[in-house]
Design a protein around this ligand. Structure first.
Ligand code: HEM
Length: 194
């Protein structure tokens, strides 16, 4: 199964390649800045949910090789989050840090997005084997539970941003609830057995 990781890596880069392709051919619509930012936000959230889905899907399918994709999908989520944030700060605000701070303080959905990013930073920094060893498995796993509040905040960020049509954030909220519910059910079962 040596092809799995390189194949997943290539697939995970496709959304970015598609964006660059569209930018190159000038097909980003009437508001390219907004299109880029929203597109990257969508993929950031999708990868967060994909990363959360790896373990349940591995258990449902009984395909252990999928475990090898957990770290990669998590890091791709962080990668798309960073691109989303960079596109906002760089091409929307032109690195106007005062404007960014004003947004963080005044616009609730930006505040939540920023907290979500801050929660993801320690996860990305501790994703190496060396850091797992240094922290110890139990502490590392506890720390990485932060991916759940970060994902909840990511969905809330999207939900609060939309003005009327909540269908899209609702789909993300339902998927996240299923993944969270599955995890809580696992905890409850383990606690019962202990
Ligand atoms: C984990 C962190 C984050 C996730 C998962 C995320 C995800 C998203 C998603 C899914 C959208 C909606 C895209 C659409 O309309 O289809 C969005 C929009 C947006 N996000 Fe984020 N985001 C995050 C953090 C941030 C941060 C830190 C900022 C800015 C400091 C930010 C700024 C924005 C802006 C400005 C929009 C578009 C608003 C508009 O066009 O009206 N996001 N984000």
């Amino acid at each position: 199964m040596r092809w799995l990781k390189p194949a997943a890596f290539a697939v995970a880069l496709l959304p970015l390649a598609w964006l660059l392709w569209r930018a190159g051919f000038g097909s980003l619509g009437v508001n390219p800045v907004e299109t880029i930012n929203r597109y990257l936000g969508d993929w950031a959230l999708r990868f967060l949910l994909i990363a959360l889905a790896v373990t349940p899907v591995r258990q449902w399918t009984g395909w252990p090789a999928l475990a090898r994709l957990r770290r990669m999908t998590g890091l791709f989520a962080f990668f798309y989050v960073c691109l989303h944030l960079a596109s906002y700060v760089g091409i929307d605000l032109f690195f106007d840090w005062a404007a960014l701070w004003a947004d963080v303080v005044k616009r609730n959905y930006i505040t939540l997005g920023m907290i979500a990013v801050l929660l993801l930073v320690p996860l990305a920094l501790t994703s190496t084997n060396g850091m797992i060893r240094r922290l110890g498995g139990a502490r590392w796993r506890r720390l990485h539970l932060l991916v759940f509040p970060a994902s909840i905040l990511g969905v809330a960020h999207f939900w609060m941003m939309v003005k009327a049509d909540i269908r899209e954030p609702l789909v993300y909220a339902v998927v996240l609830s299923v993944l969270l519910g599955w995890r809580l059910w696992g905890f409850a079962r383990r606690a019962q057995r202990a």
